[in-house]
Design a protein around this ligand. Structure first.
Ligand code: C5P
Length: 235
């Protein structure tokens, strides 16, 4: 399923794909995670609103959970977004959802941002940071946070080794890519990919690391939802 919405319809240079098709089983609610209630409205509303207002973003495509395309469209209309140009049905995996959304991206696009709807508190600062390396010859850029805990590799319920954490980071979204680079990466094998940067890395291309944002935590459990709600209120 694919719906073209009443956005500007203008193919701008920077497109944002919002992947929102995950089931969110660990939230334990009767609807997909993107429709969990955050501050009295669906979780998806937060990223849509914020990306729509971002001056760096020209057009937005949403990958909605199968069967939830219509509510996603209605939400976009209720928010009076001006940049949401299309809503597609998501796929079985995150990468499949990105692929489905990418089909809508104009051939004129220069840059594509991919963002998890499950990280509602996206802001202009992190978007600016991931876009910047693309003008310095990088193919993509990822916001990251340091790893604070000690890391262990586990086998059969026992610690096999303690992994040095100095060179490890936690990757977040939004991630930014030159549009032809992401298009090419999505044409290949996407199995096992939990983010888009890993696809571009696999192709041997250059992905920059920029400072992430602790507020961009990914909602997985009810406790995460409560924390994001508190963070949203305190801003
Ligand atoms: O499952 P996880 O929380 O890691 O998913 C990250 C993001 O990818 C979420 O915003 C989720 O909605 C999205 N996703 C998707 N299609 C899938 C699985 C996840 O759009 N099949």
């Amino acid at each position: 399923m694919r719906e073209t919405l009443g956005g500007s319809g203008v193919a701008g240079a920077t497109w944002a794909l919002v992947v929102a098709a995950g089931s969110g089983e660990r939230l334990g609610i009767d609807r997909p995670k993107a429709f969990a209630v955050l501050g009295g409205r669906p979780l998806l509303a937060e990223s849509l609103d914020r990306l729509d207002r971002c001056p760096w973003v020209d057009a937005i495509v949403v990958a909605a959970p199968v069967g939830w395309e219509e509510p996603a469209i209605l939400l976009s209309e209720e928010l009076a977004t001006t940049k949401v140009v299309s809503c597609v049905s998501g796929g079985a995996t995150r990468a499949d959802s990105v692929r489905a959304a990418f089909v809508e991206v104009s051939d004129e696009a220069l840059v594509v941002l991919v963002h998890d709807a499950a990280r509602p508190l996206v802001d202009d600062g992190v978007i600016e940071r991931v876009l910047e390396p693309l003008s310095r010859g990088f193919d993509g850029a990822v916001p990251t946070l340091p790893v604070d805990d000690t890391l262990k590799r586990v086998e059969d319920g026992r610690v096999a080794e303690t992994v040095p954490r100095e060179r490890l980071v936690r990757a977040q979204t939004p991630q930014a890519f030159l549009a032809p680079v992401l298009r090419h990466a999505l044409e290949g094998d996407v199995s096992g990919a939990t983010d888009c940067a890993s696809l571009v890395e696999r192709a041997g291309l250059r992905v920059a690391v920029v400072e992430g944002d602790p507020r961009l935590l990914k909602v997985t459990t009810p406790a995460d939802l409560a924390l994001v709600e508190a963070l949203a209120r305190s801003s």
